[in-house]
Design a protein. Structure first.
Length: 305
């Protein structure tokens, strides 16, 4: 009994020591974690400050280029699958003297990182308003799509200017993967765009993991398939994925636009899937307003001949 009593006392003592040791170790661990967090926060702050300064320097350079050279609008043809005729264009802002998506992404990316990209969107919409007016004088009525940045959708004054410029015109608004469509505030803005007469396109479909959730919304008219999804259709597995997406969209009553068509083979595959519209280098490069006007007019003449 005495032995058992001593063992019991020893066990109790060990438990007390263990609790004390755990408590001390835990406190030290928490202190170590706090110290590590402070160090990381200090590094992050210094790094963030440096990145912010670099972003502002880049944005200042872009603004200087805009002031010096100005901006331009380029038009990407949109082709109907039914007869391969041009039915409209996607309008994109460019720094004068640059071409292609790289030129757009570079200067817009610099402005985006500093939160000042919305004025470019507003400028583009106002330019498109004037372009549509000039086309109407020639009795040409192409649909024009414009991709809005998430900051523009979220900014009340900027969105007001967009709606003011485009109200009741034959326009389509493209919403990219960065637009938080699950938010009620975003859906309210989308509703305002549709109430103004614009159709709404989900752009970059296939580029992110939230796309199928986006399709469940009833606030959209079309989807534009991401270029990588279309280019991947060259393989058997890619065709299965693309066919499934197109079939789902048809069931939901959505029009489908295939972006990035580069080859005849990609075009033929897309045509077998009942895709509604095509865009891409296969149909020509970006056009000025005069070139787009000539392109659209030639398509109409060819179609009626």
């Amino acid at each position: 009994m005495r032995c058992n009593h001593r063992m019991s006392v020893a066990a109790t003592g060990d438990a007390v020591l263990w609790r004390r040791l755990t408590r001390v170790t835990g406190e030290r661990m928490i202190m170590d974690m706090q110290n590590s967090l402070r160090r990381e926060l200090d590094i992050y702050t210094r790094r963030s400050k440096a990145l912010a300064e670099a972003a502002w320097i880049d944005a200042s350079r872009v603004i200087d280029l805009i002031v010096r050279d100005g901006l331009d609008v380029r038009y990407i043809p949109k082709i109907a699958a039914s007869d391969l005729q041009c039915v409209g264009f996607e309008a994109q802002a460019r720094l004068k003297g640059t071409t292609g998506r790289a030129g757009t992404d570079n200067f817009l990316g610099c402005l985006e990182r500093t939160g000042i990209v919305s004025p470019v969107d507003v400028w583009l919409c106002e330019e498109v308003e004037q372009a549509i007016g000039r086309w109407a004088q020639r009795e040409m009525y192409p649909a024009v799509s414009i991709k809005l940045h998430p900051d523009t959708i979220a900014c009340g004054p900027a969105l007001d200017e967009v709606i003011k410029a485009l109200r009741y015109l034959n326009v389509e608004i493209e919403l990219g993967a960065g637009v938080p469509l699950a938010k009620d505030s975003t859906l309210s803005c989308v509703g305002r765009l549709r109430d103004s007469g614009a159709k709404v396109i989900i752009d970059d479909f296939g580029a992110g993991y939230t796309n199928y959730q986006r399709l469940a919304g009833t606030h959209f008219d079309s989807i534009k398939l991401d270029k990588n999804l279309v280019c991947g259709s060259d393989g058997a597995r890619g065709r299965v994925v693309l066919a499934s997406v197109c079939a789902l969209c048809r069931k939901l009553g959505l029009k489908v636009i295939a972006a990035g068509i580069e080859t005849r083979d990609q075009l033929e595959i897309a045509r077998t899937l009942n895709i509604d519209f095509f865009q891409g280098p296969y149909f020509g490069l970006e056009l000025s307003w005069d070139e787009a006007s000539e392109y659209f007019a030639m398509q109409r003449v060819r179609h009626t001949a």
